[in-house]
Design a protein around this ligand. Structure first.
Ligand code: 5GP
Length: 232
């Protein structure tokens, strides 16, 4: 039995190598969660380990922190410039977070998706709600800290913010955390390496969603003479 099945497997393997791999439209992946849950490190880990995935650089009116650079973590703009972006409908979504404005560039995201890149957005729960309404195909992931105390410790250790800001962020976290139910996936970020592996799996798994692979299916079916390749 085994001997007989071998050549068949070999043929299939050879044939699969010759299949064309048409350009796929990328997936939009939202990552949300309270400040200090570890979203940035998690997203950075996945950007390092996977190909064909890019970070959506948002506009913000907040000042750069630490070593942040314009055009890398954010596009830093003043309030007038941000208002103009809203008027020009250049933002896919925007929200006021911690007394500053944050918004996703429609063009930045759509250009990458069209090039077949997955695009990962680190945005708050309000922005996630807007995008889910506009783009129901979006994949959404909520990141939680293992507990309130761990979140407080992480924010204090990070010490990028002052005491009052930390208090505001913790207060906001109490409301944000309840929104996890609106998301497709939940990662409790206890161990960063484990969490990176979970997010990698989510991104990879969603690349195989049937809806994301229709072009590939058409191209395969076109090699099976007599089948309706337009309607696979
Ligand atoms: P931070 O100032 O710590 O970088 O970000 C504060 C919060 O703003 C985080 O929860 C982050 O997810 C959110 N955020 C960053 N960019 C955007 C954006 O473009 N839109 C929305 N709605 N939230 C954003």
């Amino acid at each position: 039995m085994q001997l007989r099945s071998r050549p068949i497997l070999k043929n299939c393997a050879n044939r699969s190598r010759t299949l064309s791999n048409p350009m796929r439209h990328g997936n939009l992946i939202i990552v949300s969660g309270p400040s200090g849950a570890g979203k940035s490190a998690l997203v950075a880990g996945v950007l390092r380990s996977l190909d064909r995935i890019r970070f959506s650089v948002s506009f913000t009116t907040r000042a750069p922190r630490g070593k942040e650079q314009d055009g890398v973590e954010y596009f830093f703009v003043d309030r007038n410039a941000f208002q103009s972006l809203i008027r020009e409908d250049a933002l896919l979504e925007w929200a006021e977070v911690h007394d500053n404005y944050y918004g996703t560039s429609r063009k930045f995201v759509d250009d990458l998706l069209e090039q077949g890149e997955d695009v990962i957005l680190d945005i708050d729960v309000q922005g996630a709600q807007t995008i889910r309404r506009k783009r129901p195909d979006t994949v959404s992931v909520f990141v939680m800290p293992p507990s309130y105390n761990v979140l407080r410790e992480r924010l204090e250790r990070r010490s990028l913010d002052e005491g009052l800001v930390i208090k505001q962020r913790l207060k906001r976290a109490c409301n944000e955390i309840r929104c996890y139910k609106e998301y497709d996936y939940l990662i409790v970020n206890e161990d960063l390496d484990d969490s990176i592996r979970y997010l990698e799996a989510i991104v990879s798994g969603n690349r195989c969603r049937k809806a994301s692979r229709m072009e590939a299916a058409k191209s395969v079916l076109a090699t099976f003479g007599g089948m309706d390749a337009e309607n696979p």
